[in-house]
Design a binder for this molecule. Sequence first.
Ligand SMILES: [Zn+2]
Length: 245
Amino acid sequence: MTGILTGVTVALLAGWFLWERLRPAFPWPSSRARLLRNAMLGVVGFGTTFLVVTPVSLGAAEIGPAWREAWPMWLRLGTDILLLEFYIYWWHRANHEVPLLWRFHRVHHYDEFLDVTSALRFHPGEVILSAFVRGLWVLALDISIPAILLFDALVIIAAGFHHSNVMLREKTDDAIRKVIVSPHHHRIHHIPERRYTDSNYGTLFTFWDRFFGTYREADTRGQYGVEGTHDAPFGQLMKDPFGKA
Ligand SMILES: [Zn+2]
């Protein structure tokens, strides 16, 4: 199962990467420094995910109380995916609303353009913190190992898609974001104005945003970032959470 999931995930990421080059929504920035920075953060972030996040969740699933073991497989898997999406919605929201967590998460938001590489750039500190919080969620709710593997693959595929610079027809994007996080829906989350940055937290689905009142609509112009700041070189980004607020 892991081999197939990895193959499909890598193929789809490559697909989004090619698609956004064939049909870009906004003109590409001329600087290559940004791509290099995102690639470096991606290597560190993904390395930490594979070394810490997935193993901690899988370990938690092994040792936690097995109180949902008797549930039919379809019901368990479906509930697990919804519970993991519920967790990631609140974890993402906490990353915006808790000042200590925002110090790490803002590194992702400093990106001044959005494309598939934006989905890779996360500070390893954010990744490590998320590993332990999610581990407790998995342990308490008896989330199954297949659900964790499937969910992690879906998150990578979805993050690549909704950060991509792909041009979708308005009607298509409207239809997609009724259920799934579309590129337009997520671009609003990256608008520098704080009332937009602090909205549209969903990763796979848009319904938790609607339910908890954080769903926003706006026009975007291909310019993103954090109000009053600029993106920085890799070394500075790594130190950023430990500097001034
Ligand atoms: Zn965010």
